[in-house]
Design a protein around this ligand. Structure first.
Ligand code: FES
Length: 266
């Protein structure tokens, strides 16, 4: 039985919407920014170069962890797990499904791409073009329920990015050093942790299934902090897209020689 907006029993409104504001602006901007970001990520991950600055140990998050024989030897912090990569294959190809899965099943991104890409619906009180609606109860959208498992994996990935950021405290003479790249990597990793901690699954993990908060004061305290972060989840989702892009771009420019790293110490 049809369950779309034009089906029997629904109010028959001839116009697509009665809204008079620019309701299309938000989905259009979301669509444009996400497409630009995805194209950038696709180009950068398939370039197979300018991902590491050996002098300062800067490794872009788009190639982390670098564990293939194609990686620069100093970039293989976790060893060499795989052989040479064929052309165009991202060095961290096995991690990309995790990162993509984490973002694609994220509650905020679902809202963003359901509106901007699937137009389901494109905005509140705007009819969608689809004839029927089955929600997230069938394949493929039932897979959205796997979000909590992507969250666990994303915690591991953020830990790897944290190791990379600490490795970025590497100076010209081999000792400790700090450059603009170090600060950019640290900022990126800080926002990645904030985004991960603000996840709805994280909030449930910390404060869910409890009958009495009063009997679990530590979990209650953690839950209130995560809940405050959770209200900023959308902003953190966009901020991390920005910090990831800026970190990768900066490291690519320094690695290619187009830019010299600004050094504060050694
Ligand atoms: Fe967005 Fe979990 S809800 S990352």
């Amino acid at each position: 039985m049809a369950r779309g907006v034009g089906s029997p029993g629904r109010a028959q409104i001839p116009g697509r919407t009665l809204r008079g504001d620019r309701w299309w602006l938000a989905p259009a901007v979301t669509f444009t920014l996400i497409v630009i970001w995805l194209l950038y990520a696709l180009v950068r991950t398939s370039m197979q170069r300018d991902y590491y600055v050996p002098q300062f140990h800067y490794l872009t998050p788009f190639y982390s962890p670098c564990v293939t024989a194609s990686c620069h030897p100093d970039a293989r912090h976790l060893g060499t797990w795989l052989g040479e990569m064929p052309p165009l294959v991202p060095y961290a190809f096995f991690l990309l499904p995790i990162l993509l899965g984490f973002r694609l099943t994220c509650y905020y991104y679902r809202k963003a791409y359901y509106r901007a890409f699937w137009l389901s619906p494109p905005a509140c009180a705007v009819a969608e073009p689809h004839a029927k609606y089955t929600g997230e109860t069938r394949f493929p959208l039932i897979l959205q329920n796997a979000h909590r498992y992507f969250f666990y994996a994303a915690v591991v990935v953020s830990a790897m990015n944290t190791l990379d950021a600490f490795d970025g405290f590497h100076g010209k003479d081999g000792g400790v050093g700090v450059g603009l790249g170090t600060l950019i990597m640290l900022t990126n990793v800080a926002f990645l942790w904030l985004y991960t901690a603000s996840c709805h699954s994280c909030r449930h993990l910390i404060g869910g299934r409890l009958k009495h908060f009063s009997k679990h004061p530590l979990r209650y305290r953690a839950w209130t902090i995560v809940s405050r972060l959770n209200t900023r989840h959308m902003q953190l989702a966009w901020t991390t897209l920005g910090t990831l892009l800026v970190t990768d771009l900066y490291i690519a420019l320094v690695a290619s020689g187009a830019l010299t790293d600004l050094r504060f110490y050694n």
